[in-house]
Design a protein around this ligand. Structure first.
Ligand code: ZN
Ligand code: ZN
Length: 443
């Protein structure tokens, strides 16, 4: 899309637009002193204003100067693109922020594909711009008139949401941010791509493993068909994206999915959430490794070997060992009862209850130790030595209790099968506890 300066008018205008393009604020200033009307001019063909040019080229100083002179932030070019759209397209985050501060309207549609600035940021993969626009959407009149959820899922002229575009263009970070902000994972397009495509179909078409992984973790349905009856697996196969196809194959093991993401996780303490996200992705990566093992697409071996992970864990000397898996340190605490477990077990626990597909109702997850409802999870606080002294004794009791539970309680059964390695962990865990009691005695 040409933001070039071909076909401009008289030379003074040419100089003015060139100065805006190169960010020469002095030259822009003197051009304005010569002829204040130059502000209203546009380039001949694309009808770009100086504000468009400054925004597209990331010229913050010039952009600010123009906005200070009361240039309207929502000027339109030939394709009804606003300066904000061009800044989002080119990833000029400082200009995006400045335009948003100046009150630029985030709900303008261009005349090319009927896209908004959010579509532009998603399509071109500028996650910082995408995040800035979403943050602004929370505090602009758009939210009052349209509602935030509707804005996140705004459709272009072909029925594509920003999530469809990000998935198709292989933009995993944007996919993640959009899902996190309430993008509908199973929305079908109208005419974009193959009609009826979901974001998962488009990620399969683009062949982006990270996008496929994100979408599956947010509950994208591998069996949903597009208008020609194809499931995402078939699309990936046809495009010869073997690794994506392996994960999308309906007969491959199912991934762990965020539990009731909008209700439960979106209100989660951000630090706890980051830990849980990592744990869920780790668990899914483990599953992927199994699926892809022996195929031509096997994933690179894990960054840490098992030994390194153990070292890493023992460095976190302040945290206790998780009483469910005996493998990882307790990093998550249930607010209220104060029981602690590791992020992996928390995720497995919350994922175990699948929502009823008809009502989408999900029973609130309960604490595996005291069965109270989990209302909030926080990052586990490091304990003082005295507390952990007492704890290492009660831990021995608890670990016995949890092993008993694992035989009787269905949630523990689910947990251990989801973690898939309770046997292995139990053996290791006992060794760990012995190590711990040695540590406690040290000065
Ligand atoms: Zn655990
Ligand atoms: Zn509890």
């Amino acid at each position: 899309m040409g933001q070039g300066l071909s076909c401009v008018g008289p030379s003074r205008e040419v100089d003015f637009f060139r100065a805006a393009q190169s960010g020469d604020a002095d030259a822009v200033g003197s051009a304005l002193r010569w002829d204040p009307d130059v502000l209203d001019r546009t380039t001949v063909y694309d009808r770009l204003s100086a504000l468009h040019i400054a925004a597209a080229n990331g010229r913050l100083e010039v952009l600010s100067m123009l906005l200070d002179r009361a240039v309207h932030p929502d000027l339109l070019n030939r394709h009804k693109q606003t300066p904000l759209m061009l800044a989002a397209m080119h990833g000029k985050i400082a200009c995006v922020q400045k335009l948003l501060q100046a009150g630029a309207n985030i709900l303008m549609f261009d005349s090319l594909h009927g896209r908004t600035c959010l579509h532009y940021a998603a399509y071109y993969g500028h996650s910082d711009c995408l995040q800035a626009i979403l943050s602004a959407a929370n505090s602009t009149p758009v939210t009052d008139s349209w509602g935030f959820a509707r804005f996140v899922n705004v459709r272009d002229g072909n029925g594509a949401t920003p999530l469809h575009l990000a998935a198709r263009q292989r933009r995993p970070q944007c996919v993640h941010i959009l899902l996190d902000n309430g993008s509908l994972v199973s929305a079908s397009t109208g005419g974009y791509g193959c009609p009826g495509s979901t974001p998962l179909h488009l990620a399969a078409h683009g062949g982006c493993l990270d996008c496929v992984r994100e979408l599956l973790a947010w509950g994208a349905d591998r069996l949903q068909r597009d208008s020609s009856g194809r499931i995402p697996f078939v699309v990936a196969q046809k495009r010869k994206h073997g690794a994506c196809a392996a994960l999308l194959n309906p007969s491959s093991a199912e991934p762990l999915v965020w539990p009731s993401p909008l209700k439960f996780i979106s209100e989660l303490n951000p630090e706890a959430k980051a830990l849980l996200e990592t744990a869920l992705m780790d668990a899914n990566r483990e599953r992927e490794r199994k699926i892809l093992k022996g195929t031509a697409y096997s994933l690179p071996s894990p960054e840490h070997s098992d030994d390194e992970i153990d070292d890493h864990m023992s460095e976190e000397g302040d945290s206790d060992l998780c009483c469910i898996c005996f493998d990882q340190a307790c990093t998550i605490e249930v607010q209220g009862c104060g029981h602690q477990m590791c992020a992996h077990c928390t995720v497995a626990l919350c994922c175990h209850n699948k929502p009823n597909p008809v009502s989408l109702c999900l029973a609130a997850p309960v604490c595996p130790f005291c069965r109270s409802n989990i209302a909030q999870l926080v990052v586990a606080k490091a304990k003082t030595r005295e507390e952990s002294d007492k704890d290492s004794i009660s831990k021995m009791r608890k670990s016995r209790m949890s092993r008993n539970l694992s035989e009787g309680s269905s949630s523990f059964k689910g947990l251990s099968s989801a973690m898939g390695s309770l046997g292995k962990m139990a053996g290791r865990g006992l060794g760990k506890i012995a190590d711990r009691s040695d540590m406690v005695d040290k000065p």
